[in-house]
Design a protein around this ligand. Structure first.
Ligand code: TXA
Ligand code: MG
Length: 319
């Protein structure tokens, strides 16, 4: 199939919305990364997401909605859920909440779970698309499963071109790492660090949350206990070595902060927001040529949690 490249204007938006509503797969920009969208009420369309990405069927998908009312129609909101939504939506936060079965989501979206992951994105183009499509949209990141996440329409086309109906181009994703996922089942838990710093979530809830344990080598293939926690994920083709201050012979340095001799630098000034936005684009670029990659140390605070999480998965042994 030929993948339509749609401009992020009114005409592109209208075409993308009508394709989505008719059961097609449409990649679209969000502020975190590009998502691969399908009508979450349409089982056949959702099944094609798993097929296009070659995604393990047990890994459930995030449902994107245009409004808080639409979210409340799909899941039950507890008091802490309401508080988080009020503080961080629209934005880079996903809430895992008890599913309302009467919402009619395809069971493929939740992989049969009784909970659902919901997000109201901040991207204007994403919200306009969701509104115009008129349905909840299931969307994982728009990349082949296990590969680097896409932050541009070009990344999407390189990974999924020919396998999806269209990609809506909204320019580079400004946040650059996926959403922070908080489970509320019912106690709040961090399921994945992401674009909203954990410290901000903790301040909103008035309580600290446990950090998820970094995945152990060899965990791949097992049913994840904290979902989405496959050890090897977000992987470039090249081997990755982390926390490097002295790159070895043949290694290309992905720098952070004022380091010498970096091939690319996530943020020469040591700014974690800039580093998050550059993470996947720089890894995609380094992956265009051969050779191992060494990465400078990155502090484990703020967006550094999400950056280090993605880097550890990219560096994990593949199995
Ligand atoms: O920023 C993002 O979150 C992007 C954009 C496109 O919105 N989406 C994204 O989706 O990263 P994906 O499918 O790559 O990651 C979704 C994560 C998975 O790790 C999955 O296991 C978890 O959400 N998840 C989905 N439903 C869940 C549920 N009911 N319970 C626990 N975890 C769930
Ligand atoms: Mg993903």
């Amino acid at each position: 199939m030929r993948t339509e490249q749609l401009a992020g204007d009114a005409a592109g938006l209208a075409r993308a919305a009508s394709l989505l509503a008719s059961g097609a797969l449409v990649a679209f920009p969000t502020e975190t990364v590009y998502g691969l969208g399908a009508d979450a009420l349409n089982g056949e369309a959702v099944a094609r997401i798993y097929e296009a990405k070659a995604r393990p069927a047990f890994n459930p998908l995030i449902v994107h909605v245009a409004s808080l009312e639409a979210a409340r129609a799909i899941a039950r909101f507890s008091e802490p859920a309401e508080r988080l939504a009020a503080a961080f939506w629209p934005g880079a936060l996903t809430l895992v909440l008890p599913l309302r079965p009467e919402a009619g989501l395809s069971p493929l979206v939740t992989a049969g779970l009784e909970s659902v992951a919901l997000r109201l994105p901040a991207s204007d183009l994403a919200r306009a698309l969701l509104e115009e499509a008129g349905c909840p949209v299931a969307a994982p990141s728009a990349n082949p499963s296990g590969r680097l996440s896409p932050t541009t329409a070009a990344h999407v086309l390189a990974g999924l071109g020919g396998r999806i109906e269209a990609v809506l181009d909204g320019g580079p994703a400004p946040v650059g790492v996926e959403s922070t996922i908080i489970g509320l089942d019912p106690a709040p838990a961090l399921l994945r660090p992401g674009g909203v710093p954990l410290e901000a979530v903790e301040a909103c809830l008035g309580q600290p949350l446990a950090r998820p344990q970094p995945p152990q080598p060899g965990e791949n293939g097992a049913k994840p206990t904290a979902p989405g926690q496959l050890a090897s994920h977000y992987a470039p083709r090249a081997r990755l070595r982390l926390n490097v201050t002295e790159p070895g012979p043949g290694e290309r340095l992905l720098g952070f902060g004022p380091v010498e001799g970096a091939t690319l630098n996530l943020s020469p000034s040591g700014d974690l927001r800039e580093a998050a936005a550059n993470l996947f684009p720089h890894l995609h670029r380094l992956d265009e040529t051969e050779g191992p990659i060494a990465v400078s140390p990155i502090p484990e605070t703020g967006l550094g949690l999400a950056i280090n999480d993605r880097l550890r998965r990219a560096a994990a042994p593949r199995d």
